[in-house]
Design a protein around this ligand. Structure first.
Ligand code: DX5
Ligand code: ZN
Length: 219
């Protein structure tokens, strides 16, 4: 059974509390917090995601799945640790070198938080193999990071399969999260490839009934 992490990037202004409560009732497994700084990616959702994370923390016990699409990883880790998230994921491409990747992994763990490492579509999966023994989750971007509502890049399915094969062959205990363009048409392919956590934003938020779509995606 896969888990669903609903991206709250595209929540309609003014409908936040209704949406968050509805997602909780529909039993999303996580709230996926898409943090963008306007530097690593064009959009800036930083303050909005700080606000949402703080609000969700106050009204719900559901875990936060924080996805940092930022250049200043150090500062963002500090900012989002404040909400005791279940996991903080940062981008491999935001790090100057391997030492920096390990530095951020250590910093997040030292604060009793799980660690995720994310890669963009153009980054080869082999580049992060060496970090897999130290992280809890690998987030495979199935769209170019930066906005919701995009179409899943089908060649990313092979990347997920390749990662899953490597993880199994090396007996690694690691979650594989697929993020971007996931809906009822694309979910099966990423699940069959080995993703066990699916991020979905648009497909869930536009649905009449959150529970129906979440249950369908989970199947
Ligand atoms: C894109 C974000 C994704 C995105 C998912 O940069 O990381 O989480 O919001 O939204 P959909 O499901 O609409 O692609
Ligand atoms: Zn995301």
């Amino acid at each position: 059974m896969v888990e669903i992490s609903t991206s709250i990037l595209s929540v309609i202004k003014g409908e936040e509390s209704k949406t968050f409560f509805g997602l909780e009732k529909a039993k999303t497994d996580y709230f996926h917090i898409d943090v963008m700084d306007g530097k690593f990616v064009e959009k800036n959702t930083y303050n909005k995601m700080l606000e949402y994370a703080s609000y969700i923390k106050r009204i719900s016990n559901l875990p936060l799945d924080v996805h940092l699409m930022v250049k200043n990883v150090d500062e963002s880790i500090e900012d989002f640790l404040a909400f005791s998230p279940n996991i903080i994921t940062f981008h491999y491409e935001a790090c100057k070198n391997k030492e920096e990747v390990m530095k951020y992994i250590k910093k997040i763990k030292e604060n009793n938080c799980k660690v995720g490492l994310s890669i963009k579509p153009e980054t080869d999966i082999e580049e992060i193999y060496e970090f897999l023994p130290y992280i809890h989750m690998c987030l495979i971007m199935t769209v170019e990071p930066g906005k919701g509502g995009q179409t899943l890049l089908v060649n990313m399915v092979d990347k997920i399969s390749k990662l899953k094969k490597y993880v199994d062959e090396n007996n690694l205990e690691i979650d594989i999260e697929a993020d971007g363009g996931i809906n009822l048409k694309t979910a099966d392919a990423v699940k069959d490839a080995g993703a066990n956590i699916l991020v979905s934003g648009t497909a869930i938020l536009i649905a009449k009934d959150y529970k129906t779509i979440i249950d369908e995606l989970k199947k």
